[in-house]
Write a protein that binds this ligand. Sequence first.
Ligand SMILES: O=C[C@H](O)COP(=O)(O)O
Length: 319
Amino acid sequence: MSTNAYVNDGIPFDPAVLEGIRVNKSATERRIASLGGRRAVKKDAQLAFMLKAISCIDLTTLSGDDTPGKVQRMCRKARNPVRHDIMEALGVGDLSLTTGAVCVYHPMVKVAVSTLQGSAIPVAAVSTGFPAGLAPMETRLEEVRRSVADGATEIDIVITREHALLGNWQALYDEVRAFKDVCGEAHMKTILATGQLASLTQIAKASMVSMMAGSDFIKTSTGMEGVNATLPVSLTMIRQIRDYLDMTGIKVGYKPAGGIKTAKDAVLYLVLMKEELGREWLEPELFRFGASSLLGDLERQLEYHAFGGYSAAYRHALG
Ligand SMILES: O=C[C@H](O)COP(=O)(O)O
């Protein structure tokens, strides 16, 4: 069962809501360009942002050569994401820092759950025919059922891109709703694969439909598309989260995923969340990074803050 208090039961499909959605690409890009320069993050705040970023990572391995051993190592890293001597030197040795979750393919759910036993770290399973989402619907639904039965409390689903590309919003709604029904109490994150959609307006509409259908989180990418998470796409999606909140009073989470590799990038995403949605979206209940290598750079930067020097990237596991 999910321990996340933020649940979106969804609302009935309303095509009229979509008619008013238009995204101005240049205005979106201008807003993002203002992000880095306008407010340089000071050193102490940077440290806080980096620790926050770690607590919001869905530490991920999604590779054809995943093995139980690799997943176990990743789970151990999720429990202790930063070397003890670095945490001590930063004066935060007593902080019980973990990543937000670990994220794996279905066959690795059991091993992740057993390795994380005794911690509060949830296991997320990518499901529904990840990454293309082109398996038969019954197979995709069954995959969700099995991941939930094996102990995943978070399910990352992929949408059928065709529905969004053709503007078949009722079909997208019905698909996401069907996945939500089989997720039961597991928290559902809906991956739009934004790099394969046609425009920011289409991404905004797909975000809104996914939330109407009961997504607890909306997520950019699988990490396997040619273009994965970007800041303009993120601004587009989180403004839909804001509109859905205004419309329903329901808070939906956001997960940028794929290609986020540096502490600097992570801080920009956190600043964007804080400025657009407020502090509540800086918690793992409402914000996650889907990332396989970001933790390595964050640990490296924290080491720099602690000791004034970098060690080689290879010294940071999963770096
Ligand atoms: O959802 C997670 C992504 O697949 C991770 O992508 P990445 O390997 O580029 O960090």
